[in-house]
Design a protein around this ligand. Structure first.
Ligand SMILES: Nc1ncnc2c1ncn2[C@@H]1O[C@H](COP(=O)(O)OP(=O)(O)OP(=O)(O)O)[C@@H](O)[C@H]1O
Length: 250
């Protein structure tokens, strides 16, 4: 089996007496979409925060590309190649789509773009932004203020912002939240396209989308992974059906 790109090793986080992640271990393999599903309050958001560095685990390790990043700051993790999209929109409404993505590309590049040859660096940022926008199908909306984009386009823009940081792993935190049926279909098509180029950890409530996209699924219940497997294995797992999916297997 390939070396995992991301390995979570016994992550524990308590809030008072509540174990929100209770020894979570899982591996994301290069090139896969690994989905994490679970009922409300299962600890999915906390888990994502432990991976990105917003929350420090009490115990356990986050190993990314063979490197222990558990104590890395959030920016250092981004520089190592971890990128996430946010559940709450983090786009500057008055800036164009292009400017929003260029800012992310600049943050990734650190000081190298800032001080020398401003014209050339602007061109490079612009090129990087346009490439990321093209990857998500927003090239023709580059000069539109982010605030004027549709909901689905904003989600695509958030993806472009993440892509502009040249991630080795994309963390997608409910990318379909709030999308209508048509937008959901378009976003699933977009994620399917990105799937061939990126390794993705996906937290998503829309089960049909998860079943359509994921290579493997881990099921989190009360802070514990109760099963990891392919879509077919998870759908057929009696413990998962009892704990989460319901009698019809969702
Ligand atoms: N900072 C905190 N302080 C105290 N309790 C917290 C904190 N963050 C999360 N919790 C609790 O931990 C539990 C898990 O929360 P978390 O948001 O990680 O779950 P989730 O699976 O993402 O839920 P949802 O699907 O509703 O987004 C919840 O009971 C929540 O109230």
């Amino acid at each position: 089996m390939a070396e995992p790109l991301l390995r979570l090793d016994g992550l524990r986080k308590h809030y008072g007496g509540l174990a929100v992640t209770d020894g979570v271990s899982l591996e994301v393999l290069p090139g896969e979409i690994h989905a994490v599903i679970g009922p409300n309050g299962a600890g999915k958001t906390t888990l994502i925060h432990e991976i990105t560095g917003i929350v420090a685990p009490d115990e356990g390790r986050v190993v990314f590309a063979g490197q222990d990043v558990t104590r890395f700051s959030l920016p250092r993790r981004v520089r190592a190649g971890l990128a996430r999209t946010f559940q709450i929109t983090s786009v500057v409404a008055g800036f164009t789509a292009r400017a929003n993505v260029a800012l992310a590309a600049q943050a990734r590049s650190g000081s190298s773009f800032r001080f020398f040859r401003p014209a050339a660096s602007e061109r490079r940022l612009n090129d990087a932004a346009m490439q990321a926008l093209a990857e998500v199908g927003l090239a023709d909306r580059a000069d539109t203020p982010a605030g004027a984009l549709s909901h689905g386009e904003k989600r695509a823009l958030e993806l472009a912002i993440a892509l502009a940081t040249e991630p080795r792993l994309l963390l997608l935190d409910e990318p379909l939240a709030g999308a209508g049926p048509e937008e959901t279909e378009r976003l699933i098509a977009l994620l399917t396209r990105l799937k061939s180029a990126y390794t993705i950890l996906l937290v998503e409530h829309d089960m049909q989308a998860v079943f359509a996209l994921a290579d493997r699924i881990s099921v989190l219940v009360y802070g514990r992974v109760i099963a990891t497997g392919t879509v077919a294995e998870i759908r057929g797992n009696p413990e998962v059906r009892a704990a989460y999916l319901g009698e019809d297997g969702a």
